[in-house]
Design a protein around this ligand. Structure first.
Ligand code: KIV
Length: 286
């Protein structure tokens, strides 16, 4: 188990893999979600570019910019003390030349306060990953369903379902480990593929829709809490009904405002001594 109270580091994660102790990652996008996720004991907080969909209302992660990521990463790191905060490099950023990738990752760390970055894909982004690792920036990889490539993949589909694509994923995982990533997200791949990858790597795998044999799991905050997320992927297990509670609370507030029962006496400030000054003689006439 990652020690409560102690900061989670890359060493913690490799120790957890060695001890067969499962790693829990959850996305966070702002100060309150970071505080709550950390209070719930998450080892890693991912400032995922999924914020484009669950926070900003886009229909994919493609429109998310580096500015968006820096802005949200700042808020998350203000709300977290113990968990390792990882921030996504947004669409196309890891494909730029070495200097641009380093500048972008540097901003997420220096301005945002992230302690690692996550990069989607494999071969096309290996030079950028290697540049970051050489510069001392920890990189988490991400293969399988890579949402930034949704338009090329033709939708949010399970990857690696046949022998050839499964073998390709295993090879990609090995190349990413060789390039120095400290952990690897496996998204929407069959359990058999995720297990094989997990057993052949010495770095931890973190699964999402990848079965129970990965070294850890990640879920999107709004999905696991059912907080305003309309699309519910089948691999998500809802652990709370925050959205329903929020609507119920707001409905009651609106009703009480309309009927005039809010604010009641206990939520009202009083200063009887000022009455005469405010109304002067008028009040006496009443
Ligand atoms: O952006 C994100 O939230 C992610 C997770 C789904 C792994 O990349």
């Amino acid at each position: 188990m990652s020690a409560q109270g102690k900061s989670v580091t890359l060493r913690t994660l490799s120790r957890m893999k060695a001890e067969n102790s499962k790693i829990a990652m959850v996305t966070a996008y702002d100060y309150p979600s970071a505080k709550l996720a950390e209070a719930g004991g998450a080892d890693l907080l991912l400032v995922g570019d999924s914020l484009g969909m669950v926070v900003l209302g886009y229909d994919s992660t493609v429109p998310v910019t580096l500015e968006d990521m820096v802005h949200h990463t700042k808020a998350v790191t203000r709300g977290s003390q113990r968990a390792l905060v990882v921030a996504d490099l947004p669409f196309l950023t890891a494909h730029l030349d070495r200097e641009e990738v380093l500048k972008a990752a540097g901003r997420l760390m220096q301005e945002g306060g992230a302690r690692a970055v996550k990069v989607e894909g494999c071969d096309a982004v290996l030079p950028g990953i290697r540049a970051c690792v050489a510069a001392g920036i920890p990189v988490m990889g991400h293969i399988g369903l890579t949402p930034q490539a949704v338009h090329q993949l033709g939708g949010y589909r399970i990857q690696g379902k046949d022998a050839e694509t499964a073998r390709q994923l295993l090879e990609e995982a090995r190349r990413l480990e060789e390039a120095g990533v400290f952990a690897l997200v496996l998204e929407c791949v069959p359990d058999e593929v995720a297990s094989r990858i997990t057993h052949s790597l010495s770095i931890p795998t973190i699964g999402i829709g990848a079965g129970g044999n990965c070294d850890g799991q990640v879920l999107v905050y709004h999905d696991l809490l059912q907080y305003g997320s309309e699309i519910q992927p089948s691999f998500v297990k809802p652990y709370a009904q925050i959205g329903e509670m929020a609507v119920q609370g707001i409905r009651t507030y609106v009703k009480e405002v309309r009927e005039g029962s809010f604010p009641g006496e206990e939520h009202t400030f009083r200063a009887p001594a000022v009455m005469d000054h405010l109304y002067g003689g008028e009040r006496k006439k009443d």
